[in-house]
Design a protein around this ligand. Sequence first.
Ligand SMILES: Nc1nc2c(ncn2[C@@H]2O[C@H](COP(=O)(O)OP(=O)(O)OP(=O)(O)O)[C@@H](O)[C@H]2O)c(=O)[nH]1
Ligand SMILES: [Mg+2]
Length: 303
Amino acid sequence: MPRGGPNGGDGGKGGDVSIVGNARLISLLDFKYKRVYRAENGKLGGGQNKAGRKGADLVIHVPVGTEVHDENGLLLADIVEEGQVYVAARGGRGGKGNARFVTPVHRVPTEFEEGEKGEERPVLKLELKLLAGIGIIGLPNAGKSTLLSRLTRANPEVGDYPFTTLTPSLGVLIEDDRRLVLADIPGIIEGASKGKGLGLTFLRHIERTRTLLWVIDVSSPDVARDYETLSTELRLYKEDLASRDRIIVLNKIDLVSPETLAGKEAFFSRAGETVRMVSAAEGTGIDGLKELLAEKGGGRVHG
Ligand SMILES: Nc1nc2c(ncn2[C@@H]2O[C@H](COP(=O)(O)OP(=O)(O)OP(=O)(O)O)[C@@H](O)[C@H]2O)c(=O)[nH]1
Ligand SMILES: [Mg+2]
């Protein structure tokens, strides 16, 4: 440049590598094949003060429910929502071109600053945790696990004694192009919210569900009391769980007379509840329940 020094512009910033939740994805299979993800480098600055372009970001889409861990298993991000962004590696800042170093007494700068190196993460572990949209709750032995096995392909242990289920199990129901994830948790008993039985630990697992199925054994001597126990325990644990959208599932209808059933249904209807009557063991009423769940919505299976 006449009577001046070099006039190199700044380098562009490197692109970021981001991980973004996408509700349409249902598996991490893609990551089996493609292993290395790299955002674009920033472009070089040029003469005549021309700044380099920023490198393009790289967006990695993952299913909602993906946990991102580092190589030591430390949780870095829990992608639970559509559009949620985790910047896994930031692009480096662009370097300063020598035009920046011009001062009145230093007209011919040859200095420049190297661009910063972008972040690298040699290893990221992705783990897909199904997020249940529907939680199945009820007293011990109400038939929750039997119901889960009817609604989905899950195969939880079923037993004729309380506390058969010791840890939550999940199942996926695909109905009308909808994919619904159901969680079956251990039975809730009076005092569960204060740590009795197994309830407390597992109530956490249904905190993020949208709808709860309250499974009530219709052959129980006092369904009103069972209902009360459930609502009290949920309320004591978290007010919001007790008022969450729910369906009362009267189970084991094969064990009671039509008159008894009608009386019990009337009790819940009077209470303003949405009621479905099923026999999880025999499969009665299951299709209707599936339809109702699909109407309530869930992630779409296709596009
Ligand atoms: N007759 C009849 N029995 C049922 C029905 N549904 C479940 N059962 C029985 O009730 C018992 C308890 O069923 P589970 O599905 O294990 O009940 P649960 O609510 O998961 O029980 P916990 O995990 O112990 O809380 C088992 O013996 C089942 O076979 C039904 O619709 N009719
Ligand atoms: Mg069970």
